[in-house]
Ligand binder design. Structure first.
Ligand code: THU
Length: 139
């Protein structure tokens, strides 16, 4: 279904921008939205959720990924991330780790919410070179 990835870009970036409206960010006021597309054409979205215990905050990317995974989705093709940030928001290290494990071949599209047409493109493993991908056996 999702063969033509470039055609999916605008749709996925728009889904991330929409998801961003659901952000719960009372501390940073930095709202981030994410949308994840899989090979079957399913789109899972998420937004960041913050805690008064700041370290418990969960980024938009992980909310979208956890929702997709726990809905049974696999084979991720692309992830869009949108926030009001010059050039768009780059994913944090924790999210890069989880993406490397569960969406290693995905394309990442990043956009500023004020200019959704200007999209930066990366690959997940380009964002986390030499990733730790599994616990070695016989440890
Ligand atoms: N945040 C995300 O949701 N994704 C990113 O890619 C970067 C940071 C959130 C976490 C926190 O709620 C706020 O942005 C400020 O760090």
């Amino acid at each position: 279904m999702s063969k033509n990835l470039p055609q999916q870009q605008a749709r996925l970036v728009a889904a991330a921008a929409r998801a961003r409206q659901g952000a719960v960010a009372p501390y940073s006021h930095f709202k981030v939205g994410a949308a994840l597309l899989n090979r079957q054409g399913n789109v899972s979205t998420g937004a960041n959720v913050e805690s008064a215990s700041y370290g418990l905050t969960c980024c938009a990317e992980r909310v979208a990924l956890f929702h997709a995974l726990t809905s049974g989705q696999r084979d991720f093709l692309a992830l869009a991330i949108v926030a009001r940030a010059p050039g768009g928001p780059m994913p944090c290290g924790a999210c890069r780790q989880l993406l490397a494990e569960y969406a290693p071949t995905a394309t990442v599209w990043i956009a500023d919410s004020r200019n959704l047409q200007n999209v930066k493109e990366f690959r997940v493993l380009e964002l986390l070179p030499a990733a730790f991908l599994k616990v070695p056996s016989n440890t």
